[in-house]
Write a protein that binds this ligand. Structure first.
Ligand SMILES: Nc1ncnc2c1ncn2[C@@H]1O[C@H](COP(=O)(O)OP(=O)(O)OP(=O)(O)O)[C@@H](O)[C@H]1O
Length: 285
């Protein structure tokens, strides 16, 4: 669904490359998480997927990027937007109407969705991110997290085959963040879609993403299953990424030969691991 081959990009006027020599292949049905230190090129990767690079930000573009078989350089932004739905970091700039319902309707009407389908898509999108009750609210009265959910619902209503999200939970509380990520995982699997999310909260990413990329100075430094990457806390630390405390605990228990289970990504998993270790030590006494 996504094919990047030798992709490099340097913004006009910059001497250094924002992204260098990235090869990335993402199959339909995959939820890919991207993390890494500030300025490592995460957003630029997402811009290459939705066509913002090079259509809006000019510069030197090398290699190729294709989504669902369409070369992003050669495909017009309006055509790309029918395949790739994006939620950017700056939510305010994404809002074009004053009321939640109108915000979702705006995209549906612009995409020429059949009138008979509109109500179903609108209510389903609001429900999927847990904001059905905000349908008639003025956007100016919403919190940052609620606005983030409106932006996500507006894109989900369009049912894109590729969904690109730049820090979609930055304004959300932990419960809402997990709910959104859990929904995104099922969205990818059930629709054979690709979801690509840039996220700093690596525990959250590791819990829900199928595949994870860690960027460093414009390059892919690590790429693999999240649970495999979490077993390398020192390398992650060098790349500016801290593993969750729960992961530190399970890695340490494994290192001491006390625990052989999977790496922990959340407090719940760490509690389970700790219980397992205690049960073993009690039975051994
Ligand atoms: N519009 C732009 N014009 C010029 N340089 C840019 C532009 N956007 C990003 N850059 C540069 O490209 C490099 C990668 O930036 P990018 O925003 O892709 O990284 P990031 O990992 O998403 O960072 P952050 O986590 O801070 O959002 C940085 O050196 C940045 O200064």
């Amino acid at each position: 669904m996504i094919e990047m081959k030798g992709f490099s990009f340097r913004y006009r006027g910059r001497s250094d490359f924002a992204v260098s020599d990235v090869d990335l292949s993402v199959a339909a049905g995959t939820f890919l998480g991207i993390t890494g230190a500030a300025g490592s090129g995460k957003s630029t990767l997402t811009y290459a997927l939705n066509g913002v690079v090079p259509h809006c930000y000019p510069g030197d573009f090398y290699g190729s990027v294709a989504v669902d078989g369409n070369d992003t350089c050669e495909t017009r932004l309006t055509d790309l937007s029918r395949i790739v739905g994006s939620v950017c970091q700056d939510i305010e700039s994404q809002m074009v109407t004053a009321v939640v319902e109108d915000e979702v309707l705006f995209g549906l009407e612009n995409f020429g969705i059949e009138p008979s389908e509109i109500e179903g898509r609108l209510s389903e999108a609001l429900l999927s991110v847990g904001i059905a009750d905000l349908r008639h609210r003025a956007i100016s009265t919403l919190s940052g997290g609620q606005k983030q959910k409106v932006a996500l619902a507006s894109i989900l209503a369009l049912r894109p085959r590729v969904l690109v999200l730049d820090e979609p939970t930055s304004e959300l509380d932990p419960v809402s963040s997990r709910a959104v990520f859990s929904f995104l995982k099922s969205y990818a699997a059930e629709n054979r879609a690709c979801v690509v999310a840039v996220e700093q909260k690596i525990g959250l990413l590791a819990e829900f993403a199928d595949d994870m990329v860690v960027m460093d100075e414009g390059r892919v430094a690590l790429h693999g299953a999240p649970t495999d990457l979490l077993k390398r806390p020192d390398r992650l630390f060098d790349l500016g990424v801290n593993v969750p405390r729960s992961t530190e605990l399970s890695n340490e228990l494994t290192r001491r030969g006390l625990y052989e289970g999977p790496v922990c990504r959340s407090v719940e998993e760490a509690v389970r691991a700790a219980r397992e270790v205690l049960a073993c030590s009690n039975s051994g006494e």
